[in-house]
Design a protein around this ligand. Structure first.
Ligand code: PLP
Ligand code: COI
Length: 356
């Protein structure tokens, strides 16, 4: 296995003083991880270097054809002042799954988990202390060969940058309002929806901007063929509590296989609750709402954690949920998941990876 060369920054930046104002992804740490790929050498030259700008040829293929995938994961500070990550190997495996779809060469999962842990150790002082905060880890790979023909790049760069974060939504744990998107779609089966491909997020922006103008936090995407089945929200998977069933849209290639989603399903099963992965239409949700059977809805994601949904709005018709409060299942999941992530609760599934 290759060793990571470390070059420490000579001038360290001041850390954010007020952790309550961190927000999401606005401040970056002193160092980053970088590694290059070429056909001859494979992935090579892994280094931790001072955080700096990236220089690219204007013809670099990522700038034109978008060969770019990314991941999102977190490191947490525990009460005992240890630092841990949550299921990091899952993120690295997903980077390879998405990479395969975009012709991006695979990385060595174990090596990358170790390299990220090394970077987090170097930046340990940047991991915030307050409840609800963490160090967000953003690994990403982009193509950087200079050419204009449409074909896979011969060279790539992998970077990992770190950002101390608070909650993703301004609302924090307060329920968010979601707009059901009827006009545009984010992804279709056979497309790139299951990959964390940058282009998926570009495709989502105009709907998100329109929804935010109307006071919604994000949009709920429907399937690209019938505009009928629920898919996911901009940066999270979704769950609905209909009577005693907890249902989440099944994976079919157009939505992201969220690691929080998988963990929530495992927790609910562990508790003996009735959780199903199946197609769920917006009409079924509307009917359940009218019948008083739609009890709760929440999103799941690394950035969003468990995010209660207080309103689903389709064409001006609002489905108001849980009296604008966090529902009991959302709260239980939030407590359990964040408890495991911060080593305050037992970790029966072996999800926690110890960094320090
Ligand atoms: N769906 C989308 C589109 C996302 O960007 C994310 C965030 O990564 C998720 C779902 C949730 O995935 P995870 O739980 O792995 O963070
Ligand atoms: C995450 O939850 O890690 C994400 O990547 C979501 C978003 C910030 C794109």
């Amino acid at each position: 296995m290759q060793s990571v060369k470390i070059q420490r920054s000579a001038s360290l930046k001041p850390k954010p003083q007020d952790e309550s104002k961190l927000g999401f992804g606005k401040v970056f740490t002193d160092h980053m991880f970088t590694m290059n790929y070429s056909g001859e050498k494979g992935w090579h030259d892994p280094q931790i270097v001072p955080y700096e700008s990236v220089s690219l040829d204007p013809a670099a293929s990522c700038l034109h054809y978008g060969q770019l995938i990314f991941e999102g994961m977190k490191a947490y500070r525990t009460k005992e002042n240890k630092i841990v990550m949550f299921r990091p190997e899952q993120n690295m495996m997903r980077l390879n799954t998405g990479g395969e779809r975009l012709c991006i060469p695979p990385i060595d999962v174990d090596f990358m988990v170790g390299a990220i842990a090394e970077l987090v150790r170097i930046e340990a002082d940047w991991v915030p202390y307050s409840e609800g905060t963490s160090l967000y880890i953003r690994p990403f790979i982009f193509s950087d060969e200079a050419f204009l023909g449409v074909h896979p790049s011969g060279t790539y760069r992998l970077l990992v940058i770190l950002s101390p974060v608070g909650s993703y939504y301004a609302e924090g744990l307060a329920p968010i309002r979601i707009h059901v998107e009827d006009v545009y779609v984010r992804a279709v089966k056979g497309g790139t929806g299951y990959a964390k491909a940058a282009g998926n997020y570009a495709a989502s922006l105009s709907s998100q901007v329109a929804a935010q103008k109307e006071g919604f936090a994000q949009v709920l995407w429907l399937d690209g063929v019938e505009r009928k089945y629920v898919e996911e929200v901009g940066a999270m998977n979704v769950f609905f509590v209909i009577e005693d069933e907890i249902v989440t849209p099944e994976l079919g290639g157009s939505i992201l296989a969220g690691i929080t989603r998988a963990s929530v399903i495992e927790l609910l099963k562990h508790w003996g609750m009735n959780v199903t992965e199946r197609r769920v239409s917006i009409g079924e949700l509307e009917d359940a709402y009218k019948a008083g059977e739609l009890k709760e809805a929440f999103g799941t994601g690394t950035a969003a954690v468990i995010s209660p949904i207080g309103e689903l709005n389709r064409g001006g018709n609002a489905m108001k949920l849980s009296d604008g409060k966090i529902g009991s299942i959302s709260q239980k999941l939030y407590d359990e998941l964040t408890g495991i992530q911060r080593c305050e609760k037992p970790d029966p599934f072996g999800w926690v990876y110890s960094v320090i």
